[in-house]
Design a protein around this ligand. Structure first.
Ligand code: NAD
Ligand code: UGA
Length: 480
């Protein structure tokens, strides 16, 4: 029986390994992590992450050929294939701080693999890493090996949260990079055989190591660039009376451009886009390519601009001050169908409003109060470290309360900011909400999900990203 061990039971390691176990009953898959509470949660009825369809997959294979454990050394030493899916945060200090990837967790995983291995292994980079990481990992493994043969493969993950199971069942492609030697090609074949249990052969792409590593950073940069492009257009739409949805539709009809990923928003969030682009920027700078670095940096700058622009719009519309006013925040997760809040634009919007002394009341169907308070009190990039290494009890942000439904969040509020596109926000009883709010009552729709005309008929002043402005808003222009 082939044995797989995965280091890192997070958003990638957990779902990816669960799907491999489901699709390959003849393979034993063990997911290990240094975080004891995380493993305990994977072994419980309440999984540590919310992902549609995940519970069913885990229930079907856990205890059969899928296991979660904290005994890293045992399972690594027994495995034939080791996936490494640990955190690769942005460095917060030292050389490359604020940009470069911090490979501390990766390096310690590699050292442990070298220490405990007694047989040949295929080590698979599943985490997103800087191009050429495999070379460094190879050095660590080879330097410590006792005649053991390690083959390094790069097999980046392209799943998106909220659709992880769907993406894993039916990936656009599986990318496997390896050494161009007979042993390297054999390793690529071994990993390809795992995926071939359910992925059509023509979607399994083999490349060299560096192409695979770089393709992951490139794919995320291209995706984020589309959002920054449409968000940049949204500012121009508001200034000119064009409608960003109509522009995106017209542009996306060109088959060379395509319709996906053109939804203007309050800004992109998530654990990877910003981190991976900053990483790409740093690699470009290190390779003497400042023009290329600056080109990609602009994608992040437009995203920051979009979040600031939203906060400024809220404040300027409400007589240039939100001090002491209650603002309801509907949605805190970085997108719908996930409880993940990493780099969610809601953090920057809330901090911006709190900076102007607003009182905010937050409701998200999947995010806990503890998580929200933690997010509002952590410093930039601190979140991307194993949970047990983060501050234990975050300081509570007094001006932010967290409630358990949209109606309490909006009661007596002066304004509402919609920051996540949860389906339930489309069907709220806005008449009831309006009746219970201070007047004039504002809705700032950061996801363009409400029917603005309907809300205007109720009496709301509505702001939608990149749409022709309400006359009220036109008279109160926001400074970008
Ligand atoms: P995560 O924080 O959810 O999970 C990482 C896990 O690794 C944590 O549980 C942590 O405790 C564990 N860990 C850290 N060091 C360890 C060690 N030495 N041994 C064992 N476990 C260790 O992160 P994630 O979202 O799963 O991301 C992991 C990697 O995958 C990152 O490089 C990320 O860029 C990449 N990625 C993420 C996504 C996504 O949607 N989240 C998608 C594609 C790629
Ligand atoms: C993204 C990529 O889509 C995955 O392919 C990749 O594997 C993953 O990053 C990663 O490397 O971590 P994810 O961040 O989970 O996945 O979610 P996305 O659906 O890409 O959304 C990212 C952000 O962009 C969200 O805040 C979302 O609301 C926003 N977005 C997305 C827009 O504002 N407009 C759009 O049109 C699409």
């Amino acid at each position: 029986m082939v044995k797989i061990c995965c280091l890192g039971a997070g958003y990638v390691g957990g779902p990816t390994m669960a799907v491999i176990a489901l699709k390959c009953p003849s393979i034993e898959v063990v997911v290990v992590d240094i975080s004891q509470p995380r493993i305990a949660a994977w072994n419980s009825d309440t999984l540590p992450i919310y992902e549609p369809g995940l519970d069913e997959v885990v229930k079907e294979c856990r205890g059969r050929n899928l296991f979660f454990s904290t005994d890293l050394e045992k399972h690594v030493s027994e495995a034939d294939i080791i996936f490494v899916s640990v955190n690769t945060p942005t460095k917060t200090r030292g050389l490359g701080a604020g940009k470069a990837a911090d490979l501390t967790y990766w390096e310690s995983a590699a050292r442990m693999i070298a220490d405990v291995s007694k047989s040949d292994k295929i080590v698979v980079e599943k985490s997103t890493v800087p191009v050429k990481t495999a070379e460094a990992i190879e050095k660590i493994l080879m330097h410590n090996s006792k005649g053991i043969n390690f083959q390094i493969l790069s097999n980046p993950e392209f799943l998106a949260e909220g659709t992880a199971i769907k993406d894993l069942f039916n990936p656009d492609r599986v990318l496997i990079g390896g050494r161009e030697t007979p042993a390297g090609q054999k390793a690529i074949q071994a990993l390809s055989d795992v995926y071939a249990h359910w992925v059509p052969q023509d979607r399994i792409i083999a490349t060299n190591l560096w192409s695979a590593e770089l393709s992951k950073l490139a794919a995320n940069a291209f995706l984020a660039q589309r959002i920054s492009s449409v968000n940049a257009m949204s500012a121009l739409c508001e200034a000119t009376g064009a409608d960003v949805a109509e522009v995106a539709h017209a542009v996306g009809k060109d088959t060379r451009i395509g319709p996906k990923f053109l939804n203007a928003s309050v800004g992109f969030g998530g654990s990877c886009f910003q981190k991976d682009i900053l990483n790409l920027v740093y690699i470009c700078e290190c390779n003497g390519l400042p023009e290329v670095a600056n080109y990609w940096k602009q994608v992040i700058k437009i995203n920051d601009y979009q979040k600031n622009r939203f906060v400024n719009r809220v404040v300027s519309s409400m007589f240039n001050t939100v001090s002491g006013k209650k603002i309801a925040i509907l949605g805190f997760a970085f997108k719908k169908d996930t409880g993940d809040t990493r780099e969610t634009p809601a953090i920057d919007v809330c901090k911006g409003l709190l900076g102007d002394k607003a009182r905010i009341s937050i409701y998200d169907p999947q995010v806990t109060e503890d998580q929200i308070q933690r997010d509002l009190s952590l410093n930039k990039f601190e979140w991307d470290h194993p949970v047990h290494l983060q501050p234990m009890s975050p300081t509570t942000v007094k001006q932010a309360s967290v409630v358990w439904d949209a109606y309490s969040a909006t009661k007596d509020a002066h304004g509402i900011c919609i920051l996540t596109e949860w389906d339930e926000f489309r069907n709220l009883d806005f008449q009831k909400i309006f009746d219970n709010m201070q007047k004039p009552a504002f809705v700032f729709d950061g996801r363009n999900i409400v029917d603005a005309e309907k809300l205007r008929q109720i009496g709301f002043i509505v702001y939608s990203i990149g749409k022709p402005l309400d006359s009220w808003l036109k008279d109160m222009p926001a400074v970008a």
